[in-house]
Write a protein that binds this ligand. Structure first.
Ligand code: SF4
Length: 363
């Protein structure tokens, strides 16, 4: 495709000095691509370095515990990515002699690998002619070809995949794919694209027709629900009860302070008491609210109301969780918690420095 020549020239002159751009090692490309899904480059960089240092190979990752993998992923969000990488490493060691397969069918059958990630790995790590399409590339193509179909429609995405396949530079697929993503991330940005310095401006139909600020078309997302969550920091003899979420589903395998969604007409303290009973089968006395945390997930928002609770009776059971533990406050840092729990942990650690909880909550 004609625009690929100036695009590649621009990319090779301007490419940012990112750690995963210094390598064609399939393992490192995989880790970076998975981390970069839904996550900003600057957020990913320190996580990438730590992950590669701790788990430098598929074997090292496969031999790690899920707990260690999740702990390293803590704060990056979308934890199914970490669990899938862990499963993938085990499969690669079992079935592929510790090497990522370089054909599409085998690659796509591995946990967590979709069409985008397979295209990225095959083109960047193996220099094979496979297209890719992420949000940045969708925007670039929609503007380049003045496509005004709604990006929320699956048929529009399919149309863009077809375009991505047709336009692929088969001589330099890895650099070409990275150049398109880089253009979308730095020049053809969502608002006020920098058309005046764009290397492919002369090929761009949106620029030629003055539509660069109205394309692509994306219908408004539905308003996302907002839930109030009651959670309990349960104390007994200077120790806190934490529970581990079931391994499947949102935040699977992470540890948390037991709790759940407030029901209509229910007070937040009743919610905490009920959720703890349902999740762990124990009775507690709910005391003061120690932290209120607002947090947004992809499809909903929450306000988390963390309450200090005094253990009253019952032996914890794994009714709504996969495990539970009584731990000392300073041990909280040894477990992987969701981001929304971090301000609660900070508060507990700060308070435990200034007073001995065992005096107040001795049971
Ligand atoms: Fe995007 Fe503007 Fe370049 Fe067109 S000219 S690809 S709208 S930055």
């Amino acid at each position: 495709m004609r625009f690929s020549i100036p695009l590649l020239k621009w990319y090779r002159q301007h490419k940012r000095d990112l750690p995963w751009r210094q390598t064609q090692d399939p393992y490192r490309i995989l880790i970076s691509e998975v981390m970069l899904q839904q996550t900003q480059v600057q957020t990913v960089i320190p996580y990438y370095h730590r992950f590669i240092k701790t788990f430098p190979s598929f074997k090292a990752l496969a031999n790690a515990s899920e707990h260690a993998v999740l702990k390293l992923w803590e704060g990056l969000g979308y934890y199914s990515r970490a669990r899938n990488l862990h499963k993938l490493a085990k499969k690669v060691c079992e079935l592929h002699e510790e090497n990522l397969p370089s054909n599409y069918e085998e690659l796509i059958s591995l946990p967590g690998i979709g069409r985008y990630t397979a295209g990225a790995i095959l083109s960047i790590a193996f220099d094979k002619p496979f297209p890719l399409l992420d949000g940045n590339v969708q925007r670039v193509f929609a503007r380049l070809y003045a496509i005004d179909d709604n990006l929320r429609e699956p048929q529009t995405i399919q149309k863009l995949w077809t375009l991505s396949e047709e336009l692929l530079d088969r001589q330099s697929p890895g650099d070409y794919n990275q150049a398109l993503m880089e253009l979308g991330a730095t020049i053809c940005i969502p608002k006020n694209p920098k058309c005046l310095i764009c290397p492919i401006q002369r090929y761009c139909k949106a620029f030629a027709t003055g539509q660069q600020n109205i394309l692509p078309v994306k219908s408004k997302a539905k308003p996302i629900p907002h839930y109030h969550i009651g959670a309990g920091v349960i104390w007994k003899k200077g120790e806190i009860l934490i529970s581990q979420r079931p391994s499947k589903g949102l935040l699977g395998g992470l540890w948390e302070f037991a709790g759940g969604k407030q029901e209509t007409g229910e007070s937040i303290t009743d919610c905490v008491q009920r959720e703890i009973k349902e999740e762990l089968g124990i009775s507690v006395k709910v005391q003061s609210e120690i932290a209120t945390v607002d947090h947004a997930y992809t499809h909903f928002k929450i306000t988390l109301h963390a309450h200090e609770c005094k253990y009253i009776s019952g032996t914890p059971k794994t009714i709504g969780c996969q495990d539970w533990k009584w731990i000392k406050p300073h041990e909280l840092r040894d477990y992987a918690f969701p981001s929304a729990n971090q301000p609660i942990i900070e508060k507990i650690l700060k308070d435990s420095l200034s007073q001995d909880k065992s005096v107040f909550f001795h049971s």
